[in-house]
Design a protein around this ligand. Structure first.
Ligand SMILES: Nc1nc2c(ncn2[C@@H]2O[C@H](COP(=O)(O)OP(=O)(O)OP(=O)(O)O)[C@@H](O)[C@H]2O)c(=O)[nH]1
Ligand SMILES: [Mg+2]
Length: 221
């Protein structure tokens, strides 16, 4: 099979304060590497990864790895609108990075209206929990995620813990949104590209059929 073939392309943006580990998460996911010393991101970097979301359905994930530093904000802001998914990342040992999550979220939502970005909240550097360095409890982070309407997960680029799961979580949420029509393809918008629109229509129709059959069965039971 040609590995560059894909049915969908999703653009996913990485957001959060500087040093929370956004680039490290991407490096672990796309290259299975971790670097103790890594350059701060300047502006925006790009990563690509392929994922099969269901048998025979390959998604090309295009990641925008933004710089957390304030001085790059005018550059990174220009990437919000063409993103369909996002990882909001904070460092579990850095309280301020958690407190800034609401600001990151608000800033993106404001700029992409009426479009929506599908998010996952990531409490990062979970490997440091064993040293008692945690500054944000799991309950508190889950509460925030619930308020913002997104799932929460804890991960570590250093150990690899939950890294694949976090990226798959956001990808599957986007894919489900696409099938349920909560996420719409739009002319001139690059958040999602679909190589075979007819296949998407057929998949949506079969989902609608399956759910109405389910409802009918419930009514008759
Ligand atoms: N202990 C631990 N350290 C990590 C982890 N991930 C990243 N780091 C370290 O955290 C520092 C910052 O990581 P980066 O990936 O550059 O952070 P960033 O969010 O991309 O930062 P900006 O590019 O400035 O926005 C580096 O020294 C990494 O080695 C992790 O899972 N555990
Ligand atoms: Mg970076």
């Amino acid at each position: 099979m040609d590995l560059t073939l894909w049915q969908y392309q999703f653009r996913i943006i990485m957001l959060g304060d500087s040093t929370v580990g956004k680039s490290s998460l991407l490096k672990r996911y796309t290259e299975d590497l971790f670097l103790e010393t890594i350059n701060q991101t300047v502006g925006v970097d790009f990563y690509v990864h392929f994922l099969e979301v269901e048998p025979g359905v390959r998604v090309k994930l295009q990641f925008w790895d933004t710089a957390g530093q304030e001085r790059f904000r005018s550059v990174t802001r220009s990437y919000y609108r063409n993103s369909v998914g996002g990882l909001l990342v904070f460092d579990l040992t850095n309280r301020a990075s958690f407190e800034h999550i609401r600001d990151w979220h608000a800033e993106v939502c404001e700029r992409v209206q009426p479009q929506k970005v599908v998010f996952v909240l990531v409490g990062h550097k979970s490997d440091m929990d064993i040293d008692g360095d945690r500054a944000v409890s799991q309950e508190e982070a889950e509460r925030l995620a619930g308020q913002l309407g997104m799932p929460y997960t804890e991960a570590s680029a250093k150990t690899g813990h939950n890294v694949r799961e976090a990226f798959e979580m956001v990808t599957r949420r986007v894919y489900q949104g696409l099938l349920s029509e909560e996420v719409q393809l739009q002319e001139g918008w690059d958040g999602i590209k679909c190589a075979a629109p007819q296949a998407l229509l057929e998949r949506r129709a079969s989902m609608a059929q399956a759910s109405s059959t389910k409802k009918e069965k419930k009514c008759c039971a």
